[in-house]
Design a protein around this ligand. Structure first.
Ligand SMILES: Cc1cc2nc3c(=O)[nH]c(=O)nc-3n(C[C@H](O)[C@H](O)[C@H](O)COP(=O)(O)O)c2cc1C
Length: 324
């Protein structure tokens, strides 16, 4: 699979998730085999207003994998201006958000609202290509807006014609939000058939077997994994092994899981300061507790994390609850 000059074996990519996939989360995913990583979504408009928080979202730090900055916006001109403004940062490509279902974002015409206007999608890609100094552009989209507007094929074709190097398709409409059991593999297969650029399939992948099944059924080149990768970065090496016919790596031990959580939260504190990091660390820690004994008490302990030292107390509680 190729994005510009970047070459990848088939595998999985960490899906961008606002509030979760910060630099620490992306680093861990990349260390465990995510083919590349993408920033949380960044507002093109806010960038043109000189917003400081946007610059923090773009920061990537040390990371062994290629890195894309995800921009959202509805207006080609603003998207082009934002692209020019971020050229001073270190990144490998730009990803354009055409999938966010949040009402506030859609009200401005951005995110999944763009799925109703394939021509504007093409114009946005063209405007970003023009200002991106030859670096590739990728697009992340949904199946469409609702059951009456399944537009992924038209949007993917418009993006490809305008110069996009890859499209990722979350197989749900905006109307379906994140409803379980609604990911439509047929839309992903139709997009794969309609374009020559690589296609990533996305939605509800929870294991290496799920990833292989989606790739086999849709022909997509790789998959994108979101929620299942939180608290479980090992899913990337497992998917890479299985889809490339290599033996499945050993499951991580509890000790490895706890070490990964501790080091991820340590990096978050180093990079954002404890005050900003710890509220987000609570939600990350909850994911590391999945499947453990004493879940209710452990969830409570996660919600009480306020200082980095509390992470060690949480780990003690995990062992005291009879895990390991
Ligand atoms: C909390 C949360 C935040 C998200 N933020 C973004 C985002 O910033 N940009 C984006 O393109 N998609 C975003 N998504 C969508 C995910 O990238 C992904 O498409 C979706 O979760 C489906 O994949 P999954 O079933 O593997 O989680 C977000 C999803 C969640 C649950």
């Amino acid at each position: 699979m190729q994005i510009g000059n970047l070459t990848f074996e088939p595998g999985a990519v960490l899906a961008p998730m606002a509030g979760f996939t910060d630099a620490a989360c992306r680093r861990l995913a990349a260390q465990h085999g995510s083919l590349y990583t993408i920033s949380e979504m960044v507002s093109a408009k806010a960038l043109t207003f000189g917003d400081k928080k946007s610059a923090q979202l773009i920061y990537n730090g040390e990371n062994p994998a290629p890195y894309g900055v995800q921009l959202f916006g509805a207006d080609p001109e603003t998207m082009g201006q934002a692209t020019a403004l971020i050229q001073k940062y270190a990144f490998d490509f730009i990803d354009i958000n055409m999938g966010c279902p949040a009402p506030k974002i859609n009200a401005s015409g951005a995110g999944s609202k763009l799925m109703l206007d394939p021509k504007n999608c093409g114009d946005i890609v063209a405007a970003v290509v023009k200002e991106n100094n030859g670096k590739p552009i990728t697009v992340k989209m949904r199946a469409g807006w609702d059951g009456d507007h399944i537009t992924a094929v038209e949007v993917a074709k418009a993006c490809e014609a305008a110069g996009a190097a890859l499209v990722a398709v979350h197989g749900r409409t905006r109307e379906q939000m994140y409803q379980p059991g609604t990911v439509d593999w047929k839309v992903i297969a139709a997009v794969k058939k309609a374009v020559k650029i690589p296609v990533l399939g996305n939605g509800d992948i929870e294991s290496a077997e799920d990833a292989k099944a989606m790739m086999d059924a849709t022909g997509c080149d790789s998959v994108m994994v979101g929620r299942a990768a939180l608290g479980d970065p090992w899913i990337f090496e497992q998917i890479r092994a299985v889809v490339n016919g290599r033996p499945m790596p050993e499951k991580p031990t509890l000790r490895q899981r706890m070490q990964a959580m501790r080091s991820q939260i340590y990096d978050m504190c180093e990079e954002k300061g404890e005050w900003a990091a710890m509220p987000q660390a609570r939600s990350q820690a909850l994911y590391y507790m999945r499947g453990l004994k004493g879940a209710a008490a452990l969830r409570r302990a996660c919600c009480e994390l306020s200082h980095f030292e509390d992470v060690d107390r949480l780990i003690e509680k995990v062992y005291e609850a009879g895990n390991g």
